[in-house]
Design a protein around this ligand. Structure first.
Ligand code: SAM
Length: 276
């Protein structure tokens, strides 16, 4: 696939056309990807009130999260601007035999108030905000799609963890200059807008969202000097990640921060006609 001259969208976002293979290998290949999915598998049922509600998965990528929710009986609308990623998600969901639970929508987050207005009682937006030119505006859009009492499962790439891993890798000048952001050019997978917990807290408050819970995803793995080699060590690492992912101070340096944000108001399940 050829890379377009400017990979950024009109909004300054990095849609993942041309990146599907690299993304699949770097973010989901190996122990890194296994840990991410295994931790989400345990964290999501604890952090969310799940009752088979319809889910809007924003920037659904290769469809792993959509498959997880669809496999648990949630009808899923997977919105994704990249045609290439959407096609890959379709294939993955077909293979997982859950594609009938999933509606595929080729659209960026910014178009969702028109294309999938809801309101939704459950939205997931994982590892997307850090690829956008205006992540705060995007969070406001997501807040506007939530029903009163609706839950947003938000995962963001942690800027503080990025600094830490740069120092660990010896990129001292870059860390000292605080040049941590990627430019979104070529096939680089350094996010253009990595975010801090402080930003998320401030924006949530401004937007009237309640921060119900937070966890760090991969609080140790990305700083290891050598990857675990045996299955037993991989299992030990997973147990350590699980034990400390919600414990001070470790969660704060998770590669990703996972939040449950709730729009205050009546619980959708208590109303007669459940909004989406
Ligand atoms: C790092 S991937 C995350 C995919 C998936 N949510 C996951 O957790 O594996 C980022 C995704 O966001 C998508 N994306 C980029 N700009 C977007 C936008 N404006 N609206 C929605 N998704 C966007 C990309 O195309 C890509 O599929």
């Amino acid at each position: 696939m050829t890379t377009p001259a400017s990979p950024l969208s009109v909004h300054g976002d990095r849609h993942f056309d041309g990146l599907a293979d690299k993304f699949a290998a770097s973010l989901y290949g190996g122990v890194r990807g296994e840990l991410r999915l295994a931790l989400l598998d345990r964290l999501l049922p604890e952090m969310l009130d799940l009752r088979g509600q319809p889910l809007l998965d924003v920037g659904g990528g290769l469809g792993q999260l959509a498959a997880w929710f669809a496999g648990r009986g949630h009808p899923v609308t997977l919105a994704e601007p990249s045609a290439e990623m959407l096609e890959r998600a379709r294939e993955a969901l077909l293979e997982a035999s859950v594609e009938r639970e999933v509606t595929f929508l080729q659209a960026p987050l910014q178009a969702l108030p028109e294309r999938a207005a809801g309101p939704w009682s459950l939205i997931a937006c994982h590892a997307v905000l850090e690829w956008l030119g205006d992540p705060r505006g995007a969070l406001a859009t997501l807040a506007g799609l939530l029903a009163p009492g609706g839950q947003l499962s938000l995962m963001v790439f942690n800027r503080d963890a990025l600094r830490f891993s740069n120092v660990v890798k010896g990129n001292l000048e870059k860390a000292l200059d605080d040049r941590l952001e990627g430019k979104g050019l070529r096939r680089r997978l350094t996010p253009v807008s990595p975010l801090t917990h402080a930003q998320l807290m401030a924006w949530s408050e401004e937007l009237g969202l309640e921060v119900r819970s937070v966890a760090g995803v991969r609080v140790f793995h990305d700083y290891l000097r050598k990857p675990p080699e045996s299955d037993a060590d991989r299992q030990r690492l997973f147990e350590l990640e699980w034990r400390y992912c919600r414990v001070e101070p470790h969660w704060r340096l998770g590669r990703y921060l996972l939040y449950t944000l709730v729009r205050p108001g009546a619980s959708p399940s208590s109303t007669e006609e459940s909004p989406r």
